[in-house]
Ligand binder design. Structure first.
Ligand code: FAD
Ligand code: DLZ
Ligand code: SF4
Length: 510
């Protein structure tokens, strides 16, 4: 046996300072990276996501080699490919006479369990690329009845000093959402995202992905994502210079011809290690200090990363491996084919799904208030909704996707994350988007031929769960509105909602 150790670097751990690399020695250890079927196939990922990960993995491996690391890299089509991460570790262990492995804890229970079952001596180190450690989160959560993001976020502001002035929040407010959430007008001068032409290495990956995963849901080309830390850095700079200023104000707006609005498009880069979350927050804070962005934009943006992103990761690990399978509302309906691009007369859903198919991207409000809202009020099985989100977005990894989908969007965790279900009638969608004007349905019609389905299903959902929500401080008002309607109207709403759901479940175009 040699004293060589294997250093595992996964496809979402592409940071030179990641814990396993920080603990390893260049002169002694071998870095193991592998493109494997177990990771490409555990769900049918969007082809753009596989392409991003493989291209970024290959370039990161090349960078490590240039820096003097010995890298054992396995390509998906290599003959000896063992097909899984533990399988590749075993193969490389034999090849190098190694028995010890240094690894950074993966971001999914599935892979953590697979590594724990692997018959090698694996040292699983904490992933230090987050602003809050597991201990930090556990200490914050200890003894609290409700684990609300807002209080976690305030603690993180205090701890990091971000947007703090003399121990108080900058501008004297923790949260500027009151100034945000405005609808947007379509405007040719809106900033355009920064895309990159694929180079030779990326083109090679694109050909592989096309031949192996071309049938997965989603368009592979055009492919313009950043695949190195340098490029991701350019995307961040581009966002800070051109979009940050308006990020807060139009954070919740949706336009059918402006898919990205003032969003940053950096989630995938953060999640695979090409950008560092604390660094991103500090860059945004600096832009605010230099007068390049107002406080509502800087605060709104920093809250997403320092607050939401860190908080959902804490929840995922705090709640354990069963969390993604929760179904507190006992919703059992199957996900309708419209989520996979089948025809629908609902323009908001049609636009959100088409955009997802083409870009592997939708912004937060599209995910929460279009595809998520509909799945919830149509009472779809949350396990199927969870799988859909994990498959279709470029940034989807279970630690961040599951709390957002199962918890925030589907209320399937019974209210751990959300203090109320994120449901709305068509009115909210009409206020925040330009979808309704081009829809077959009429958003102003509450019942009858052509009535917006959101207007029917919203009440159907609330009535089904009356026992759970009617006393809630944030939901009681909805029931008072319902109770004020006359009997005939209430009966019609529920009957038409049932008819709609039956038709949808039979596979009819709705
Ligand atoms: P911006 O709007 O520019 O926001 C900046 C950054 O804040 C994002 O890049 C992201 O890192 C972070 N952020 C914002 N909101 C959240 C949030 N709720 N949770 C965690 N981080 C957040 N995000 C993922 O990274 N992966 C997912 O798989 C994922 N699944 C989601 C599923 C549902 C049902 C919902 C409602 C949200 C989901 N989100 C997910 C959160 C959010 O929608 C995306 O992070 C965001 O849309 C990414 O686009 P952006 O980089 O342009 O974000
Ligand atoms: C998502 C993904 C894909 C599609 N392929 C690979 C791969 O071939 N090799 C690899 O190391 N990682 C891949 N990943 C990322 C892993 O699935 C990710 O590390 C785990 O889901 C934990 O977050
Ligand atoms: Fe969606 Fe209803 Fe508006 Fe159509 S009318 S786009 S279904 S909210």
């Amino acid at each position: 046996m040699s004293d060589t150790r294997l250093v595992l670097v996964l496809g979402d751990q592409l940071t030179p300072s990641v814990a396993a690399l920080a603990a390893a020695e260049k002169c002694r250890d071998v870095v193991v990276m592998a493109e494997v079927a177990a990771e490409t196939d555990y769900v049918r990922h969007h082809p753009k996501k596989i392409a991003l990960i493989f291209a970024a993995m290959r370039k990161f491996a090349a960078q490590l080699s240039e820096e003097g690391w010995q890298v054992a890299y396995t390509r998906l089509d290599d003959d000896e490919n063992a097909g899984s991460i533990p399988g590749e570790l075993l193969r490389r262990a034999e090849e190098h006479g190694a028995t010890q492995v240094i690894a950074t804890r993966p971001g999914e229970w599935r892979l953590i369990e697979a590594l724990e079952d692997c018959p090698l001596e694996i040292d699983l180190l904490e992933d230090t690329r987050f602003i809050a450690s597991h201990d930090d989160f556990e200490q914050w959560a200890k003894g609290r009845k409700a684990l609300r993001m807002e209080y976690f976020y305030r603690e993180m502001r205090r701890k990091t000093g971000l947007l703090m002035e003399g121990g108080e929040p900058a501008g004297d407010k923790w949260n500027y959402d009151h100034d945000n959430r405005k609808p947007a007008e379509d405007d040719l001068l809106l900033p355009k995202p920064l895309w990159f032409e694929p180079d030779v290495a990326t083109e090679e990956v694109l050909s592989l992905v096309q031949s192996r995963f071309g049938k997965n849901f989603g368009k592979l080309r055009p492919f313009g994502f950043a695949t190195t830390a340098d490029e991701a850095e350019k995307v961040l700079t581009h966002f800070i210079e051109h979009a940050l200023e308006n990020f807060g104000t139009y954070q919740d707006a949706m336009l059918q011809n402006q898919r990205f609005l003032y969003h940053s498009l950096i989630s995938a880069y953060l999640n695979i290690g090409l950008l560092d979350p604390l660094d991103v927050c500090q860059r945004v804070e600096a832009a605010w200090k230099e007068g390049k962005a107002p406080i509502n934009a800087a605060e709104g943006f920093i809250r997403q990363i320092l607050g939401w992103r860190e908080y959902v990761r804490g929840i995922y690990f705090h709640k354990g491996p069963e969390y993604p399978r929760r179904n507190a509302l006992n919703h059992q309906r199957s996900l309708p084919p419209l989520y996979w691009g089948a025809e629908t007369r609902m323009n908001c859903l049609s636009q959100a799904v088409k955009q997802t198919e083409e870009e592997a991207y939708a912004h937060h409000i599209q995910r929460l208030m279009i595809t998520g809202n509909f799945a919830l009020i149509a009472q779809i099985n949350p396990a199927e909704v969870h799988e859909w989100y994990l498959e279709v977005y470029i940034d989807a990894f279970e630690w961040v996707e599951a709390p957002n989908t199962v918890g925030m969007s589907q209320f399937a965790d019974g209210g751990v994350i959300a203090s109320k279900p994120y449901v709305s009638s068509g009115n909210y969608i009409n206020k925040m988007s330009d979808y309704c004007g081009a829809c077959d349905y009429s958003v102003s019609k509450k019942t009858g031929e052509g009535a917006c389905p959101f207007n029917l299903l919203y009440w159907h959902f609330l009535l089904r769960h009356r026992d759970r929500f009617e006393q809630g401080p944030r939901t009681a008002q909805m029931y008072r509105t319902w109770d004020r309607m006359d009997d005939a109207r209430r009966e019609t709403v529920l009957r038409e909602a049932e008819t709609f759901l039956d038709r949808m479940s039979k596979g009819e175009t709705v």
